[in-house]
Design a protein around this ligand. Sequence first.
Ligand code: Z5A
Length: 217
Amino acid sequence: EPRNSMVRGAFVVVEGVDRAGKTTQVQRLCSKLYALGHNIKTIRFPDRVSTIGQMIGSYLQNETNMDDHVVHLLFSANRWEKAKWIEETLAKGYTIICDRYYYSGMVYSAAKNNPALSLEWAKQPDIGLPKPDVVIFLDLEPWQAEQRGGYGEEKYEKRELQQRVRELYLQLLNAPGGGMKVINAGDSMDAVEERIWNEVLPWVEMVEGGTYGAKVG
Ligand code: Z5A
């Protein structure tokens, strides 16, 4: 059980384009924090286990088709299903490392070029979710992503869409209050791990130490 003196755990989000190495880096980050004695939980979105998550999984695997807005709202609902768990877990003193969050929700939906689904529209259903303390964005150029293996069978694994996704992420980064830390994910796994560590550790220490009290703005 976490130490009682702890104010709360830190909420760390790892975002990135396809094959940027989110899964790899989330694992490495967790092991390092764990080895230092931090209490860690991980979560990933989409969480394909819940009923809503299964609907998303079936959509991504092209088994069912849905209106762009419908699937967007399911992705958001899939986060809302976990919102209480996130808050309670942080309050117990666990630091949470989260693989994709609402930034993914915004950019993948807006990348569909549906004029009725803008980046701004896409943000609305996620307003009020627990706010991350730090967001890492793993950036990878499309040609580098393609060197990591051909596209798979899932819905969004298409070159043109992936390029728009990256452009939209970069747009978010430059927006006021964007607040994501960009890390070049094209370097070696060890180099990327080191850079993530240097960004994340101070936040984890600050939040767990009670010297940082973020309020959703
Ligand atoms: N989506 C959405 O539309 N709306 C939402 O709200 C959310 C998500 C939350 C499924 O996501 C889809 O859902 C996703 C976004 C959309 N669509 N797409 N495309 P997912 O999280 O279930 O799956 P994924 O995000 O597509 O996984 P990924 O991006 O393919 O993988 P990754 O986790 O970023 O990378 P990885 O598995 O760690 O690494 C990929 C490969 O590269 C692997 O072979 C590694 O060994 C290799 N790798 C990793 N790092 C390196 C370095 N540094 N050098 C060389 N090779 C490396």
